[in-house]
Ligand binder design. Structure first.
Ligand code: SF4
Length: 374
């Protein structure tokens, strides 16, 4: 099994916290769709004979595309790859794009999962983040998507936001669970360099909640998700039974993926490559048959670190027998030797050959994982 990611590098406006690759000028949208379809053909051998179980439109804001653009891209994937007839086909959408007619058209085009960028149900916070939508629009978009027949819906929420108190975070979560989407991704705000938010924080125009408040917000998230029957299957991802994101799970299960479009990353088990994060150069290199990506061969230590990084964040944890077989006895023994203080400190737990993060461990997951890196 394998998956394909399509990066749509356009947004209506720039959210203050965002460092993804996108342009707010939509002038080259048609040319970009052509270049994306061309790249799909040019890279038809990248995934070998693997069947495609997931196709994901991310960005940027893929919901800005016309329905014809989406049809063209799905047709190009069908032409050059073996797309499983039951493949998960996800489209990331901003609430302001989800009007009833368009949602219906998304469904007819083959999209069977919507990922809605809600982020918050508080207008003041959305305004502070420079989002294009308000809270009521987000609620409306979710309800309209449900009415249009989308059962497989996920929403993105953020915590650790400026102005987000513990109480308002609880209210956000309450609202999310009441809306009944079967999947929620919740991310802690990180202040990335070169973003407007970084500038505002540096100039003290905006202040962020402290780590203690952010940790409480994450604990509330875990608690409320459990009470509402959600499985916490990855640090930032929660779902009703059976409603896991197939696409993200394929990354965490070390399956190969092909990334199409500017800035998209690809992985085939032995190497990684990433497309240039510049719309004009990407389109011109695709057109002229030039080179639009960089590539890195993975060393055994890279593969081992990647395994730790992705798997320890999931509810499957890491498996010592697998590490012994794939990466050598010394690495597995190295982990076993280091485990004791993490287990007595209540950060990890160990069952047979598997090692998992505890709730307390999830609060400092990045630190724990890097302690075990090669
Ligand atoms: S809509 Fe998404 S990709 Fe675009 S600026 Fe906002 S967060 Fe970034």
């Amino acid at each position: 099994m394998a998956s394909i990611y399509i990066h749509i590098p356009f947004c209506r406006k720039a959210c203050h916290y965002c460092d993804f690759h996108f342009s707010t000028s939509l002038k080259s949208k048609d040319e970009m769709v052509k270049a994306i379809c061309a790249e799909i053909g040019l890279r038809k051998n990248y995934l070998g004979t693997n069947e495609i179980s997931s196709l994901y439109f991310g960005g940027g804001t893929p919901s800005l595309l016309e329905i014809e653009d989406i049809r063209k891209i799905i047709a190009a994937v069908n032409l050059h790859f073996r797309l499983n007839p039951n493949a998960e086909i996800t489209l990331e959408a901003n609430p302001d794009d989800l009007i009833f007619n368009k949602i219906g058209e998304f469904g007819e085009s083959g999209i069977n999962r919507l990922s809605i960028g809600v982020q918050s149900f508080q207008d003041e916070v959305l305004k502070l983040l420079n989002r294009t939508h308000g809270a009521m629009q987000a609620i409306h978009a979710i309800k309209e998507s449900q009415k249009a027949g989308f059962q497989n819906l996920t929403i993105d929420l953020m915590y650790g936001l400026p102005g987000l108190t513990v109480k308002t975070w609880e209210n956000n979560l309450k609202q999310a669970f009441e809306l009944g989407t079967p999947h929620i991704s919740a991310y802690c705000l990180t202040v990335e360099k070169k973003t407007a938010l970084h500038h505002f924080v540096a100039n003290k125009r905006i202040s962020l909640p402290g780590d203690d408040i952010t940790a409480v917000q994450y604990e509330i998230l875990m608690e409320m998700a459990e009470q509402n029957g959600f499985e916490h299957y990855e640090i930032s991802n929660f779902c009703k039974p059976g409603m896991h994101s197939r696409h993200n799970s394929s990354y965490w299960n070390n399956e190969p993926y092909l990334g199409i479009g500017p800035s998209a990353h690809s992985y085939n088990g032995d190497s990684r490559q990433w497309n240039i994060a510049n719309n004009a150069i990407y389109m011109s290199e695709i057109k002229s048959g030039g080179c639009w990506f960089e590539k890195e061969e993975l060393l055994p230590s890279d593969k081992y670190n990647e395994y730790l990084l992705t798997r320890l964040r999931t509810s499957n944890g890491i498996n010592l027998a697998y590490i012994r077989d794939e990466f050598g006895k010394a690495r597995a023994a190295g982990i076993e030797m280091k485990l004791a203080p993490y287990i007595t400190g209540g950060l990890l737990w160990h069952e047979k050959e598997n090692v998992f993060l505890t709730r307390k461990g999830k609060l400092i997951a990045d630190k724990i994982i890097s302690d075990f890196f090669n």
